[in-house]
Design a protein around this ligand. Structure first.
Ligand SMILES: [Zn+2]
Length: 320
């Protein structure tokens, strides 16, 4: 008998197995990152499954191996981690909804990068990476180390807008996180969430450790993000999808070509693949990227880009 797998958001047991990832491949991915503490966690595990919830559409890994604060301190010591060079379509989208007199909470704020993009002076950030908190405080930002459950205790219905950028893909208990978040929001207040859009070029990426556990354990798309409102007192105000940026275009073209070669040989494209055939196809695809990029120059041929930004409004009724 296999372990019963429940959806980490809606708790449904109507789950479809999308891909079985051998632990050996997973260890190979981790080794590249050289993260010792996680190797210990992985050692106790025999299988990792990539699943899709038939009820809400969320895709998730099981078991849900998430990084602890030491993991994030280790990967964020790379100076680019919070200053990632994507266009920050999510920051720009969120700032449209924020006026100067609003009280804003930024959950998982990192070094407080979003401060520069918005007008509100009443800004609070919470973050569990101590290094990032220190950096934000040195910049004079109102940022401290607290999780949302602690914060909700003293700050019920305090904020006009809560932003949460690139956080929910990291969580093992997204529903309780959102319940605590909504508690901090005034009635009719806005909750703005951004996350990697799984219905995008990301679907084609192989061995992309930044989009796999322990970094990303949940893969969201518009459907699963809309379905949040079935379980929580929220309504969707707007959905914004980033278009594929030039810096991600090469990755997309290479992955698409690799998948094309695999299909010809009746091999199924996978999230994690260390087979010899994949290596050969991927190398070949890499050589063809410059020529092929000219063909897919037309914007309408491109899939969605990295990020989806959802704006929800809190409905005035108690959290179920
Ligand atoms: Zn579900």
């Amino acid at each position: 008998m296999g372990t019963v797998v429940n959806c980490p958001f809606c708790n449904s047991q109507r789950i479809t197995l999308v891909e079985f990832i051998p632990v050996s491949s997973f260890k190979q991915l981790l080794k590249d990152k050289n993260i010792q503490s996680l190797n210990e966690t992985i050692n106790g595990i025999t299988e990792i499954k990539y699943n899709s919830c038939d009820e809400c559409g969320l895709r998730f890994f099981f078991p849900l191996i998430t990084g602890d604060s030491s993991y994030y301190e280790s990967i964020s010591s790379d100076a680019n981690y919070y200053a990632w060079s994507l266009s920050r379509a999510d920051f720009k989208e969120a700032s449209k909804h924020i006026a100067g007199n609003m009280a804003v909470l930024d959950i998982g704020c990192g070094c407080g990068e979003f401060q520069k993009f918005q007008n509100a002076t009443n800004y609070t950030g919470i973050e569990f990476n101590n290094q990032a908190v220190k950096q934000a405080q040195e910049r004079g930002y109102n940022v401290f180390n607290e999780d949302i459950a602690e914060h909700a205790k003293g700050n019920s219905e305090k904020y006009d807008v809560i932003v949460c950028f690139q956080v929910i893909e990291h969580l093992s208990s997204p529903k309780s996180f959102l319940i605590e978040t909504i508690k901090c929001l005034k009635d009719d207040g806005l909750l703005i969430i951004s996350t990697p859009n799984n219905n995008s070029y990301l679907t084609y990426l192989v061995n992309a450790s930044s989009n796999l556990p322990p970094h990303h354990v949940l893969h969201w798309d518009e459907m699963s993000l809309r379905n949040i409102t079935r379980a929580l007192p929220l309504e969707v105000v707007s959905v914004a999808k980033e278009i594929l940026t030039d810096e991600n275009k090469d990755d997309y073209t290479r992955s698409l070509l690799t998948a094309f070669f695999q299909t010809i040989f009746k091999l199924r494209p996978r999230l994690v693949d260390f087979s010899v055939s994949f290596k050969i196809f991927n190398k070949l695809a890499k050589m063809l990227v410059p020529a092929f990029n000219k063909v897919v120059a037309g914007k309408d041929l491109l899939p969605a880009g990295h990020t989806i930004t959802m704006v929800y409004r809190k409905k005035s009724q108690p959290v179920r």
